[in-house]
Ligand binder design. Structure first.
Ligand code: AHM
Ligand code: MG
Length: 337
């Protein structure tokens, strides 16, 4: 089989994008390619996850005598490793670490960006072969170049994101990333080991018929959320209901499906956890950025997710995001309470 040269690889695409910015240094393109590289390594290990009994369990030694690491730790190390050794990133904040990691070397201190990520979101699903993902966001640092980065580089509002994206390790592996110019999706072609442009200029359908929420928590949700869910289940001429309920329990998979097909994803606060479960920096902000670039909306029920000023690295927030018209219908219910 010959290679189809009409299809751009991730590397080619990011380099082509550079031509739109004559003064660009290429650091963002580099950073995105680094993330693609780490994703390929993680993909190989995720695909072997079902062989854990043969290869050895996490924390044990496998048949080759190597230490086996938990997959989320492995993924974390891969993303941290490529970003540390690349030229574009001054430091990271990861869902896996309590504090930021400042790279603090000559090259990194001169880098323009910092990166936040959840290396393997939904990792509780690994054992049962359900799709999981990596989520990331890129900020331009606000601290002085030439010096180590600091916490203020990471505690920026989502409106300041330069890029955000995710990798879904699913029936095929895809990397999707958004900048203010648009959102593009790349599918990994395993035969050549390259991410290739498969979903150019993704737009989220303005309306949809899928709602995604953990129904088990229904009686712990606010009245407005309960009434909206109730409406989703009813035959309703104005909204075209009843809607279809789809909930994988893996945010990347749920958001990816709804982004392409049209729908709404919700992780509301509950009486036990008023701020819900999802983290603002690593999960909610990147997805809010992506969905907005694609024409949709994301809020915490009271304000736009991207406007929230983060107070702490690991803070959580309720999250509602998806197709514009579905979000507006939901907002009507949340306002009334
Ligand atoms: P994690 O970061 O511990 O993997 O948890 C995040 C995941 C999301 O991917 C998913 O949307 C959510 O947890 C599901 O939670 P729940 O099982 O409470 O519905
Ligand atoms: Mg997570």
């Amino acid at each position: 089989m010959s290679i189809n040269r009409r299809v751009s690889t991730l590397d080619e695409f990011t380099i082509q994008q550079l031509r739109n910015f004559p003064n660009a240094t290429g650091e963002l393109s580099n950073l995105l390619r680094d993330i693609g590289l780490a994703a390929k390594r993680v993909n190989v290990e995720v695909n072997k996850a079902g062989l854990v009994d043969i290869l050895g369990d996490a924390g044990s030694t496998n048949v080759q005598g190597e230490d086996v690491k938990k997959l989320d730790v492995f993924a974390n190390n891969q993303f941290m490793g490529v970003l540390r050794h690349g030229i574009s990133c001054a430091g990271i904040a990861s869902e896996e670490f309590d504090d930021i990691i400042v790279f603090n070397d000559e090259i990194s201190n001169h880098s323009k960006y910092v990166c936040v990520f959840d290396p393997l979101d939904g990792s509780g699903n690994i054992d049962v072969n359900v799709s999981i993902g990596t989520i990331f966001g890129v900020y331009r640092r606000v601290t002085e170049k030439g010096k180590p980065c600091g916490i203020e580089d990471f505690l920026q509002q989502g409106t300041k994101l330069v890029a955000a994206g995710y990798v879904i390790y699913g029936s095929s592996t895809m990397m999707v990333y958004a900048t203010r110019r648009g959102t593009n999706g790349f599918t990994l072609d395993p035969s050549i080991g390259e991410f290739t442009l498969s979903h150019p200029d993704i737009r989220c359908p303005e309306d949809g018929k899928i709602y995604s929420v953990n129904h088990g928590n229904f009686f712990q949700y606010d009245e407005g959320v309960k009434k909206y869910i109730d409406t989703c289940q009813k035959k309703n001429k104005t909204n075209g209901g009843p809607y279809t309920q789809r909930y994988i329990g893996s945010m990347v998979s749920d958001m990816h499906r709804n982004l392409l097909k049209g729908g709404i994803f919700m992780y509301p606060g509950t009486t036990d956890k008023p701020k819900g479960k999802l983290r603002l920096l690593y999960e909610c902000n990147p997805f809010a950025f992506i969905i907005e670039v694609c024409g949709g909306k994301a809020t915490n029920g009271k304000q736009r997710i991207l406007d929230i000023a983060p107070g702490a690295l690991h803070e959580r927030t309720a999250f509602f995001g998806g197709s514009k018209l579905m979000m507006e219908e939901l907002e009507g219910f949340l306002l009334k309470g």
